[in-house]
Structure formats: structure tokens, C-alpha cells
Write a protein that binds this ligand. Structure first.
Ligand SMILES: O=C(O)C(=O)CO
Length: 260
């Protein structure tokens, strides 16, 4: 059976992040955070929460030489923090994102051939870093239509292709079904394909439209949950969603969508 986690950046927003982590932990979920450099790490540690994922870099990019060096350097810093918090997965995007989730190096149109080759090289180095230090880097698919215009390798198909081509245990996909629904749809088949190839490091969920908890939009998450159970998926399913109203209620709706 899979484990459930909740992203502390998006719920209980009137509380400091470590208090949010405590509330999520007390409700029986693992906890995810984004940019660790914005948080009081000692306070997060004191919550006793089990951390399942955090952003695995501070700056940088997969595709240009200087950006890749910065990505690797800040990924090494992130690994130290992951060890401090006991966090097993470090999340990556197709390029660095600013505070609004927008790419610091946006791409007009599709990524070029040299960009794919450079991304493959950088991700291989990150996978090696993960294997050497006992963490798993996950490459997340995003959507360019609503939340992250201009991010290269945003499609789930792109992240799947890169992770499969790198083919190392230190790199897996963060299969975000909210972003995939906006970008590509066909979610059940996507889950089956990624799981069948052993590429899923974790799954993230929110409903469409609005990026709120499961049950508030068009995605049939109970059906996705049945697919995951049938496949024997034993990884993490994390809610990365705004609460449509009360945050405790959003957590319970998430739990009931995935535990029936
Ligand atoms: O939008 C997302 O899914 C993100 O991970 C932003 O950091």
C-alpha cells in the first residue's frame, strides 16, 4: 500500500510552516516542503514530522554549463539538509523556478536537441550524487498552460523520457497528476506506463481546475487510487494542493479519496 503525504506550503496558510508541518503530522500524514532555505529547519526538526520530499536545489538549470554547475552545487547543499530532516527525496524541475513558480530561464517552444543532451548529462550527475549520498532525486512534470509557462521538459512524457534515458536508481519521476491532467490527460494510462517501467519516485495530486484537494474538480481520484492499489504501488502519494476551505477538511477529503 502507498503512503500519504501533504505539502505544507499550500495548507494551513495562516500558520508558520513548522506549525503546518506539525498539524499535518498530527493528522497522520508525511510532510513535504519546497525551498528549505526559506524555513526554520530546527523548528521543522522539532515537529517530529516525517519528511517525504523537498526541493532538491536552490538555483540553476539542467541545460547550460553555468546553470548546471549551480544546480549541482545547490543540490549538494540540499542533500545536507535532507539528511538533517531525514528526507529521502529531493525534487527537481526542468529549470529553476522563481518565487512565483515561473522559470528563471524560460524556453519559447520545445526544448532543442542540445538542451535534451545537456539535461541528460546534468541529471546523470544528480543521480550519481543521489546514489553517493543515499537520497533519490525526482524530476517533476509541470504544466505550462496555467502555472509554469516556459518551463522546459514540463510534460510527463518528457520527464519520463529523461528519467528512463538516464536509467539510474538515484533519479526517478515525480509524477504530478494535476500538472499531467492539464498538459496531457489520460492519467490512468500514464500511471500504468510510468509504474510499469519502474520510474515513479512519487506521485503528487490536486484537482483540476483550481489546484485544490481531490474531489473538488474533474479528476476521478478514487479510480486512480484503485489503479495504484491494483498495480501494487507502494510509494508515496502527496497532496500538493490548496485547501478549498478548511485545511483539516481538505486533508480528510484527500485521505478518503485514497483510502476509500
Ligand atoms: O508547482 C509545482 O508543482 C511545484 O513543485 C512548484 O515548486
Amino acid at each position: 500500500m502507498y503512503t500519504l503525504a501533504v505539502c505544507a506550503e499550500m495548507v494551513f496558510r495562516d500558520l508558520p510552516v513548522h506549525e503546518r508541518a506539525r498539524r499535518i503530522h498530527d493528522a497522520g500524514f508525511q510532510v513535504e516542503i519546497w525551498d528549505w532555505s526559506r524555513h526554520d529547519l530546527a523548528a521543522l526538526e522539532r515537529t517530529g514530522a516525517v519528511f517525504s520530499s523537498m526541493t532538491g536545489y536552490l538555483r540553476g538549470s539542467l541545460t547550460d554549463r553555468d546553470g548546471a554547475a549551480e544546480l549541482l552545487r545547490t543540490a549538494e547543499e540540499s542533500v545536507k539538509v535532507a539528511h538533517q530532516l531525514g528526507c529521502p527525496r529531493l525534487n527537481l524541475h526542468g529549470t529553476g523556478l522563481d518565487g512565483d513558480g515561473l522559470p528563471v530561464a524560460p524556453v519559447a517552444g520545445e526544448a532543442t536537441g542540445p538542451m535534451w543532451i545537456a539535461a541528460h548529462r546534468t541529471l546523470t550527475r544528480l543521480a550519481e550524487l543521489g546514489e553517493r549520498t543515499g537520497v533519490t532525486f525526482t524530476l517533476e512534470n509541470l504544466n505550462t498552460a496555467v502555472d509554469h509557462p516556459g518551463v522546459p521538459f514540463a510534460k510527463a512524457a518528457d520527464t519520463l523520457a529523461l528519467v528512463e534515458a538516464v536509467d539510474r536508481p538515484g533519479l526517478r519521476m515525480n509524477l504530478d497528476l494535476y500538472h499531467a491532467q492539464i498538459g496531457e490527460g489520460n492519467l490512468t494510462e500514464l500511471v500504468r506506463r510510468a509504474h510499469g517501467r519502474g520510474l515513479i519516485g512519487e506521485i503528487q495530486v490536486a484537482d483540476v481546475p483550481g489546484r485544490r484537494e481531490p474531489g473538488t474538480g474533474e479528476i476521478n481520484y478514487p479510480a486512480i487510487a484503485r489503479t495504484l492499489a491494483d498495480l501494487g504501488y507502494e510509494g508515496t502519494v502527496a497532496m500538493e494542493a490548496w485547501a478549498s476551505g478548511d485545511s483539516d477538511l481538505a486533508l480528510e477529503r484527500f485521505r478518503s479519496a485514497f483510502t476509500g
